[in-house]
Design a protein around this ligand. Sequence first.
Ligand code: SF4
Length: 214
Amino acid sequence: MSAQALRQYLELLRNSGIQQLYRPQSEKAEILASLSRKYSSCTLCPLHNGRHHVVYGEGNPNARVMVIGEGPGEQEDLSGRPFVGAAGTLLDKMLIAINIKREEVYIANIVKCRPPGNRNPESSERLACLPYLMEQIEIIQPKFLLLMGLVAAQSLLGNSNTLGWHRTQTHLFRGIPTFVTYHPAALLRNPNWKKDAWIDLQAFQKVYEAGKGE
Ligand code: SF4
């Protein structure tokens, strides 16, 4: 799958709205659990080679915000859970800093199997895996998306702009206000970026708090 085909597909996804279906929280949890089981043996793309677990995602099925990263790292692959280890601890701290507990959000990734050596997922791998994330968004129907890092931003928003460009504006993905900031793993590698990440998080918090009660 070429990068151009991926862009066209993402553009289509970005511009199509999600169907507003009311589902009680217990039903959403059941559907997500059943899909997680269904995809646990997925071999649609080469990332299944060598993986320990498909890291489907976890969190509140009724979350107002979905946090979306790039893909599982070593710890996530071993545990089967997203954002564990040092990056997960930092994500928890980032959320707490804006008065959001991890249990309140739903956390997922663009690809659900670990790319070897933590390389960026290829266009074809993202394209193969994106329908699973789209399903999660359809089921959870979050009010906000918080994208962590450039791969998540470019993959969902369907462009090749820089992280700086993505961070400085609010986007709409299928009608959902979408914010972009640094991936926690990048902040661990470059602590100097934490100041800018804090600016991003405060901008998100302002809109998130204002939307409470909707
Ligand atoms: Fe399947 Fe996604 Fe894993 Fe590829 S990354 S094998 S599409 S679950």
